[in-house]
Design a protein around this ligand. Structure first.
Ligand code: SF4
Length: 324
């Protein structure tokens, strides 16, 4: 069952709000286990007090609001390791790093806090194993995504990367041994189509599906809900690959879909004549942001009749830090 909220008309003179509007929140939406763990590790380091300065190697998650909040606590973002002073605590984000980058970091006097997600570690191990066993490795994913860049390092930067069906070439003389892994947040439907295409050329293709459980569940929940509603709101960072995939999934279902980072981006016109709205959120979106978006939809002239959203607010950053 999806979580349902009834919203009823507050202003009877406003004709478009006379019809009650229902908001369905996807059963699985928002923070995943890996992101939550990374945030908790950073928050623990901050509260420890003895670990300053703390740097994250790249933005910790693809959510500018959360990254800004961490910056207000003194956690700095470094895109380049030359910008990090020796002796700093450096957080490796959930996307992980490859062996080359790891060796460079080790050469410096950093204290590493490794928040690499366990699902990413599994994909890295598979990449290494295929490469060591002599396979030509294909990574399905986005070339410039940090997780994919790191995965490729586990194949000595030799793996081919394909982010869409159009990018998959016709192998006239395919290598004898070929193996596929994928970005943990890959669209599960793209994965299926890509494997089908590759298998027509390489019948003995070795396939390691490394899409993580959180991604599979969030994408399924988005598909389920998109079938039921008149419009979808997808909440998440503009740079968040998993959020963009949720948006694509909803659009592929033919439903009007709007991707936003914050409630300020909502437009009243999106809800004109709609009776059922769906809400989902990427893996880097905290629950308080989902709640804020739902509240903001209500502020357009609807009043919430009942609130059945259940949030577990006891974890760091699940609560809006501005009111903590
Ligand atoms: S999306 Fe999946 S792989 Fe990425 S951090 Fe979350 S649980 Fe880990």
């Amino acid at each position: 069952m999806n979580k349902e909220i009834d919203i009823t008309c507050e202003n009877e003179r406003d004709s478009w709000t006379e019809q009650a509007m229902e908001i369905l929140v996807a059963k699985k939406a928002g923070f995943c286990m890996g992101v939550e763990r990374a945030l908790n590790m950073v928050m623990e380091a901050v509260s420890d007090g003895s670990k300053e300065p703390i740097y994250t190697y790249g933005p910790l998650i693809h959510n500018p609001q959360v990254v800004k909040y961490l910056e207000s606590l003194g956690v700095k973002v470094a895109e380049n390791m030359d910008d990090i002073p020796n002796g700093s605590h450096v957080v490796i984000r959930s996307h992980g790093i490859g062996p080359g980058t790891s060796a460079l970091l080790e050469e410096r006097e950093f204290v590493l806090i490794d928040a690499t997600c366990k699902f990413v570690i599994k994909a890295q191990e598979m990449a290494r194993q295929l490469y060591d066993e002599g396979y030509t490795v294909i990574i399905l994913g986005l070339k410039n995504h940090p997780e994919v860049i790191a995965l490729r390092e586990f194949t000595n930067n030799e793996a081919m990367v394909f982010g869409s069906l159009d990018e998959i070439p016709n192998f006239e003389d395919p290598p004898e041994k070929m193996g596929v892994i994928c970005q943990t947040t890959l669209n599960t439907e793209f994965f299926g189509h890509a494997i089908e295409r590759l298998k027509t050329q390489v019948p003995d293709l070795v396939v390691k599906n490394t899409i993580c459980d959180a991604t599979t569940k969030r994408q399924k929940a988005a598909r389920d809900i998109a079938e039921e509603v008149d419009a979808m709101i997808v909440i998440g960072g503009k740079e968040s690959s998993n959020t963009r995939k949720l948006t694509d999934i909803c659009r592929d279902r033919g439903v009007d879909t709007y991707q936003i980072e914050t409630p300020d981006e909502l437009r009243k016109g999106w809800f004109l004549g709609r009776s059922k709205i769906g809400v989902t959120a990427g893996a880097s979106t905290p629950d308080w942001m989902i709640e804020e978006v739902i509240r903001a939809i209500g502020d357009f002239g609807f009043r919430r009749r009942s609130d059945q959203l259940k949030y577990n607010l006891d974890k760091a950053l699940k609560q809006d830090p501005r009111h903590a």
